[in-house]
Design a protein around this ligand. Structure first.
Ligand code: FES
Length: 157
């Protein structure tokens, strides 16, 4: 593994739990995704060998379920809701602003690894639309002004 034995130890711990609990392979992938915030390629190769599940099957699962990521995430994850209610209330304009100010497209990460920008479907809080979520924190009724302030705040920490 590229980042040394530490990752191996973490994976061994998760695999051991998975085997002890007779968990599902999806549960194991979720644990790995939670731990690293994405599924590192090396981790999938390691798990495939250790657990005896073909790598192709792990990739199929990893790409099928939206909650899994195959690319590393920046320090802050910005999710812009593009569900209908948020859309009609202006989320496309907010997304445009974010893409312009961060100089990235949705689905990518800034060069300094500070922000990852993504779009998501309805988060079930339509009354708060347009809604943006940063690192799990909900920012509802978002406006261009509020957005600038929020991004400024996250640019500093
Ligand atoms: S459409 Fe955005 S929370 Fe429902």
């Amino acid at each position: 593994m590229s980042e040394g034995t530490n990752i191996k130890e973490i994976l061994d711990g998760l695999i051991e739990e998975y085997q002890k609990e007779r968990g599902t392979i999806i549960g194991l992938l979720q644990d790995i995704n939670n731990k690293f915030r994405y599924l590192p390629k090396d981790a999938l190769i390691y798990v495939s060998k250790k657990v005896g599940v073909p790598l192709a099957k792990l990739y199929t699962l990893a790409t099928f379920y939206k909650s899994f990521r195959l690319d590393p995430v920046g320090k802050h994850l910005i999710s812009v809701c593009m569900g209908t209610a948020c859309h009609v209330n202006g989320s496309p304009r907010l997304l445009d602003t974010l893409e312009r100010d961060l100089e990235i497209k949705a689905g990518s990460t800034t060069n300094d690894n500070r922000f990852t920008l993504e779009t998501v479907n309805c988060l079930g809080a339509c009354a708060l639309g347009p809604l943006i979520v940063i690192d799990g924190e909900y920012f509802g009724k978002m406006t261009q002004n509020k957005l600038k302030k929020v991004i400024k705040k996250f640019s500093k920490d």
